[in-house]
Design a protein around this ligand. Structure first.
Ligand code: NDP
Ligand code: 13P
Length: 307
């Protein structure tokens, strides 16, 4: 495999896992963290690929800092963040593309619980870009016998799959915490996918993308795994803890909490029907109990499955 220089931004759980995958494939890998001693200029020098695994709240700030550096227009930006910017409702790839209009931007997203990847368990992911050659370069750089990488031409759809499922993962944690059973979980995840497709329409995402690894695939992973921080938030809400208590001890980032707020704001502005997301929002805000949220969902007006 051709050796590539890959700069990873963010040394959290996902940044570290992706760095390990890149090292295992024989690439030159440099990692930047705001807590580290290396400057962005040093870490990004001569980078072929700059991969961001920074939490949503830090993406704009770091992208703005990098704008003052001189980068080749051939440098590929890869974003692995799963969130939405509250002020603009931009996805992370839209932020990177707006800051670097002349560079290719690739989204990397899929059912990728970092702890499993750190244990060398097999996983698959998707790299998506409007620049097919850039997606192919990233595919080659990260593919291995334990990490199978697919390309996709719908970056925003792939990105939204990973972002929107976090809200449904919170709801799934609640479902399991309340011991509602397998039928309830199946209904929740399936109707959650319907909400994801509806929201994806706002961005012009392909419906089909949501039925792939980055949508349905990531739903199956995070809605069924206690490793998911978003699932953990829901599970602990069901046991009566407050959001503040949960977040104080949560290991790492649960992007679904902020994503849910952004989505409800968007849905209210644009009249998008997303009842599960709405109830997760009300639960996070302390407006309803888990049982009340369940009752609200079950007692909605009866309707056809598709309309
Ligand atoms: N963990 C996982 O399994 C997966 C996570 N993701 C996504 O990847 C992203 C990161 O998740 P994860 O690594 O788990 O989270 P962590 O909380 O472990 O790490 C977050 C990283 O973002 C950095 N960061 C946060 N704010 C800023 C800022 N203002 N400036 C610079 N750096 C900042 C943190 O730096 P510091 O340590 O200094 O605070 C840290 O390196 C999330 O969007 C998540 O949804 C996607 C797939 C899998
Ligand atoms: O996105 C993830 C796996 O694909 C990680 O999920 P959490 O952020 O909920 O831990």
């Amino acid at each position: 495999m051709q050796e590539t220089t890959i700069s990873i931004l963010g040394a959290g759980a996902w940044g570290a896992s992706l760095a390990n995958l890149a090292v295992a494939n024989g690439h030159r890998v440099r990692v930047w963290s705001r807590r580290g001693t290396k400057t962005l200029a040093t870490v990004l020098q001569d980078a072929d690929i700059v991969l961001s695994a920074i939490s949503m709240k830090g993406v704009r700030e770091v992208a703005s800092q990098i704008q003052s550096l001189t980068l080749s227009p051939e440098t590929i930006f890869v974003t692995a963040t799963k969130g939405l910017e509250p002020e603009t409702i931009y996805t992370p790839s839209q932020i990177w593309q707006s800051c670097f209009p002349n560079n290719p931007v690739v989204v990397l997203s899929g059912p990728n619980l970092s702890k499993e990847i750190d244990q060398f368990l097999p996983a698959a992911t998707v790299v998506a870009s409007r620049v097919a050659t850039a997606a192919a370069t990233v595919q080659l750089a990260f593919s291995s016998s334990r990490f199978r990488v697919y390309t996709n031409p719908d970056p925003v759809g792939v990105e939204l799959g990973g972002t929107l499922k976090n809200v449904i993962a919170i709801a799934s944690g609640v479902c399991d915490g309340l011991r509602l059973g397998t039928n309830a979980k199946a209904a929740l995840v399936t109707r959650g996918l319907t909400e994801m497709v509806r929201i994806g329409n706002v961005w012009g995402a392909n419906r089909e993308t949501f039925y792939g690894l980055s949508g349905l695939g990531d739903l199956l992973a995070t809605c069924n795994s206690p490793l998911s921080r978003n699932y953990q938030v829901g599970y602990q809400l069901a046991s009566g803890e407050t959001l503040r208590q949960i977040l104080a001890k949560l290991p790492g980032t649960a992007e679904g909490v902020n994503t849910c707020q952004v989505l409800v704001q968007l849905a209210r502005q644009q009249n998008i029907v997303i009842p599960i997301t709405e109830q997760v929002y009300r639960l996070l805000e302390g407006e309803v109990t888990p049982q009340q949220a369940l009752d609200e969902l079950m007692l909605r007006d009866i309707k056809p499955e598709y309309n």
